[in-house]
Design a binder for this molecule. Structure first.
Ligand SMILES: Cc1ncc(COP(=O)(O)O)c(C=O)c1O
Length: 411
């Protein structure tokens, strides 16, 4: 992203040109940023035998998954739909981990039938798995009782969390595995999303390593994802070099005591794609209310749910005017809910000092590459936007804009 003479360029293409060509609203991804973050992640973990698995729930666009495949990154999938997308992107089964939480048994059978490593997260599924597939390899998701994340909704470990088998249940896991000759090849955790305090990641890692020491057949240990990105200007980026080295040091220490080197797996989603993505929208109406200036745009929480869902902050840029004159404004969506605003926190709307927006102007909502389109819906029967990749001044459409007919096709 670059602002030149007040005009916003994404991947070398003017935002206004993108809207002229592909219409509004529009998701735009900078390919260079995706590759840069992937490289950064790979290089930061100073451990040879490692696998970075992209948690594709962050963004399941098949073309983006292809880019990550080229970068040598695997996949963490949580549904048959995500497995389908990964296979379509060209991934082979050995590159995909199926991490199942409260899924139907049929979904586990689907994953096994496609030769995927399955990551089970309940005792009942472990028993069923043993009965159905005695002697098979599998991975177990552990709740290390340490959670972290940018919002309660995304803390996925700890006493309040529905995920994983509690770390203290090792004996029971081993008993069931032993009964059916199951081989526990992997131990997994994912403690939450949007973590900006590396200490929490390391703390949970230590718990998992303690648990892992009880299992003799391990090939890999998967520490999940969750590394956050700075959404606000004053937020500090995690120093991946320092964190990567810490992770490698802890892991090396563990492997020395375990007696052989294991594979280290990490599953970033947000870190890889969040900053590559932008949601462009057009100002449809401006209203001077009693307390606020409302800038109404042609998108809403059906296209980017994070602000309404978590009160998340996304930087907002004017595509054609960044001359410094600013005014408090509310950027509001086009859905029939008052919670449909982009300038807000958990408690409601918050005025933001932004360049003055007028009707016809283009609004750019930044850091929308993760949990943007993948959480989008057709609420209010509004079709989802197109998606475009930009690189070196060139554009490539990676998903067509939906039509109203698409929404009702299966009715
Ligand atoms: C099992 C698992 N792994 C990895 C991730 C990736 O998290 P993030 O996008 O925060 O890196 C998630 C996200 O919820 C997850 O559920």
């Amino acid at each position: 992203m670059e602002v030149r003479n007040d005009r916003l360029f994404l991947g070398g293409v003017a935002a206004r040109e993108l809207i002229s060509e592909f219409k509004s609203p529009l998701y735009v991804y900078e390919e260079d940023t995706i590759r840069k973050r992937a490289e950064e992640f790979k290089n930061a973990i100073y451990y040879e035998n490692k696998e970075i698995k992209y948690a594709c729930k962050a963004n399941t666009n098949i073309e983006i998954m292809k880019i990550l495949k080229e970068e040598g990154i695997g996949i963490d999938a949580v549904s048959p739909g995500e497995v389908y997308a990964a296979l379509k992107a060209g991934y082979t089964p050995d590159q995909i981990l199926f991490t199942a939480n409260n899924v139907l048994w049929e979904e586990i059978e689907y994953a096994v039938s496609r030769d995927l490593m399955v990551n089970l997260d309940s005792m009942s599924h472990l028993k069923l798995f043993g009965k159905k597939y005695p002697g098979k390899d599998l991975c177990i998701r552990i709740n290390p009782n340490v959670g972290a994340g940018h919002h309660d909704h995304v803390i996925t470990a700890g006493p309040e969390s529905k995920f994983g088998i509690l770390y203290s249940k090792v004996a029971e896991i081993k008993k069931i595995a032993g009964e059916f000759g199951l081989r526990i090849k992997g131990i997994h955790q994912h403690i939450g999303s949007g973590i900006l305090e590396p200490e929490m990641f390391i703390k949970a890692m230590d718990v998992l390593l303690d648990v892992a020491g009880n299992f003799e057949d391990l090939d890999f240990i998967d520490f999940g994802g969750g590394i956050g990105v700075p959404y606000r200007e004053n937020e500090q980026r995690i120093d991946m070099e320092i964190l990567g080295k810490k992770i490698a040091d802890e892991f090396n220490r563990f492997c020395a005591s375990y007696g052989r080197p294991l594979k280290l797996v990490i599953e970033p989603g947000r870190y890889i794609v969040a900053e590559s993505g932008f949601l462009l929208a057009t100002v449809i109406s401006v209203k001077e209310g009693e307390r606020h200036r409302f800038v109404g745009i042609d998108t809403g929480f059906h296209h980017l749910m994070r602000p309404a869902m978590y009160g998340s902050y996304h930087n907002i840029i004017h595509a054609d005017n960044n001359d410094g004159v600013r005014k408090p404004q509310i950027i509001a969506g086009n859905l029939c809910e008052s919670g449909d605003t982009f300038t807000r926190d958990d408690n409601g709307i918050v005025d933001r000092n932004l360049p003055i927006f007028n009707e016809g102007d283009i609004v750019c909502i930044c850091n929308a590459g993760a949990y943007g389109y993948s959480m989008a819906s057709q609420y209010n029967s509004r079709p989802r936007p197109a998606e475009v990749v930009v690189k070196d001044g060139k554009t490539r459409i990676i998903r067509k804009r939906e039509t109203v007919e698409d929404i009702f096709r299966s009715c």
